[in-house]
Design a protein around this ligand. Structure first.
Ligand SMILES: NC(=O)c1ccc[n+]([C@@H]2O[C@H](COP(=O)([O-])OP(=O)(O)OC[C@H]3O[C@@H](n4cnc5c(N)ncnc54)[C@H](OP(=O)(O)O)[C@@H]3O)[C@@H](O)[C@H]2O)c1
Length: 253
């Protein structure tokens, strides 16, 4: 039987690829023989990981990309296509989840920033990359969402709303681009041990409260998101589009 999870030779772009969940994805794609584009704001961090991937035998490109800068994204996509000839898989992984003291104290500037990075950037990249995929036989777009999109908490209201928008973007863009052979799916992440969650995950006082509603009684390690991403990136999910898959260790409803 052929490997339905095969990603070899696929050109895969991971936003927020330099650290955390994105880094785990880049490492897994490289191990699977994919050509990996590591994209985040800090080019030196992307270069560092791309160098590691190349040392391991993979083809890799580092690219500076602030997903909140709408007007710069077309150039980023064009650079990737100029380098590798196409994009087969886009992972809209870059995100930010600042905690706001209260809704009343949440400024317009903060809301704009949260929406720019978590929703508008993925929307624009989906449009740009899906259009390219449509001319090269199709592809797979994977949005990295959060359980906050379906179980919103007061301190992250704007983030929850942005990620709920990302879930809606997944469903709508899956409908829009299906005719072009582009599938769009979403991974709804629970709590993982990354820099973004360090404040409450790498803290002995808060950790018990974090894991209390989780059936597996622990937070996830970054490598544990990889299976879902490889599933959506590969032929294993060829009849799946517009859906959200939750990877959260079993959070109590
Ligand atoms: N960790 C969790 O518990 C958790 C839970 C639910 C959902 N998620 C989601 O999972 C995704 C990854 O989170 P993470 O925990 O891996 O975060 P992380 O460890 O903080 O890493 C964030 C990554 O995104 C990049 N980045 C940040 N802002 C960016 C921007 N504006 N444009 C481009 N790249 C940017 C960072 O690199 P630079 O600094 O170089 O830009 C870094 O590579 C996010 O969408 C997050 O919302 C995480």
């Amino acid at each position: 039987m052929s490997d339905i999870f095969d990603v070899s030779n696929k050109v895969v772009m991971v936003t927020g690829g330099s650290r955390g969940l994105g880094k785990a994805m880049c490492l897994a794609f490289a191990r699977g023989g994919a050509k990996v584009v590591v994209a985040s704001r800090k080019l030196d961090e992307c270069e560092k990981l791309a160098g590691e991937l190349r040392d391991g035998g993979a083809e890799a490109l580092a690219i500076a990309c602030h997903v909140g800068h709408w007007d710069a994204l077309e150039t980023v996509v064009d650079e990737v296509v100029a380098h590798f000839g196409r994009i087969d898989v886009l992972v809209n992984n870059a995100g930010m989840s600042p905690v706001a003291p209260s809704l009343l104290e949440t400024s317009e500037a903060l809301v704009d920033k949260i929406l720019d990075v978590n929703l508008k950037g993925p929307l624009r990249l989906t449009a740009l990359v899906a259009s390219k995929m449509a001319t090269s036989g199709g592809g797979s777009i994977i949005n990295i969402s959060s359980v906050a999109s379906v179980r919103p908490a007061p301190v992250t209201t704007a983030y929850s709303a942005a990620k709920a928008g990302l879930n809606a973007l997944t469903a709508a863009s899956a409908q829009e681009y299906a005719h072009a052979g582009v599938r769009v799916n979403c991974v709804v992440c629970g709590t993982f041990d990354t820099d973004a969650a360090a404040g409450f995950v790498r803290n002995e006082e808060t950790l018990p409260y974090v894991i209390e509603p989780i059936a597996l009684k622990r937070v996830g390690q970054p490598e544990e998101v990889v299976g879902a991403v490889l599933y959506f990136a590969s032929a294993a999910s060829s009849y799946t589009t517009g859906t959200c898959l939750t990877v959260d260790g079993g959070v109590r409803p």
